[in-house]
Design a protein around this ligand. Structure first.
Ligand SMILES: [Fe+2]
Length: 243
């Protein structure tokens, strides 16, 4: 089952659900040059490779939003197969990567292999995909080193487990929940209501729709907590949320 975005975008994208939790792995490519990348190869590399071959995408790198097994479990294998580097997420993810094998066994990701990025990414980094480019946004909360990728030309964002249609990512405790709300409201939503995002699971949506309908991060819901983002005690607990 493939989910296809509009065909007119300068950055093309095919979403391929992988693993038993249907994680949205994305093959992206520049229509003009056919140069591309794979975002979050969590598993099931056969259908991913079949699509790459069938479409003729010249994959140049793997991009990781965060290091949970369903998102990064096949990064190592696909990197070796395609002879391309693994980039991301932010270096704050190192502790999560260290627990990948344990997490994978606990959650049934039996083919998961640990990996180490060839390059950590920083907030504001620009990644070229042929004639297109992605902006890196560090968006902690679900995990400390979680990043999102945003293509301004195609108004398209890849957000991993930060935000879903009508839901948000799981967090370890209430402080991380607040950090995640901050990432969504202060880092993602300012990109524009028209931006369509590919979440880590389930259906695509737009930031505009989530600002209206999402029970956690709608403008209405945020009235209850948004003042905390500027509270000195929040900034003391989280000195640099999303840098
Ligand atoms: Fe996750």
């Amino acid at each position: 089952m493939y989910r296809l975005l509009p065909k007119h975008l300068p950055l093309r994208c095919k979403v391929i659900p992988v693993t038993h939790v249907a994680q949205n792995c994305s093959v992206i490519w520049c229509f003009e040059t056919m140069r591309g990348a794979v975002i979050d190869p969590g598993g099931d590399i056969d259908p991913v490779m079949a699509f790459i071959d069938q479409q003729g995408v010249k994959v140049e790198r793997l991009l990781i939003t965060h290091s949970h097994p369903d998102h990064a479990g096949a990064a190592s294998a696909l990197s070796a197969l395609l002879a391309v580097p693994i980039e991301g997420p932010h270096r704050a993810e190192a502790a999560v990567i260290a627990t990948m094998t344990t997490l994978a066994a606990r959650h049934g990701f039996f083919d998961c292999q640990p990996y180490s990025p060839d390059r950590w990414l920083e907030d504001g980094n620009i990644i070229r995909v042929g004639n297109q480019q992605l902006q890196v946004l560090h968006c902690p909360g679900h995990t400390d080193g979680h990043v999102a990728y945003f293509c301004a030309d195609s108004r398209l964002a890849f957000v991993g487990d930060i935000l879903f249609r009508n839901a948000i990512g799981a967090t370890a405790d209430p402080l991380h929940h607040l950090v995640l709300l901050h990432s969504i409201r202060r880092k993602l939503f300012p990109l524009g209501d028209d931006v369509v995002f590919v979440p880590g699971h389930h259906a695509l949506s737009s930031f505009g729709d989530e600002r209206v309908f999402n029970p956690y991060v709608s403008d209405f819901a945020a009235e209850e907590y948004e003042h905390l983002f500027d509270d000195p005690r929040f900034l003391q607990a989280v000195p640099d949320p999303g840098s």
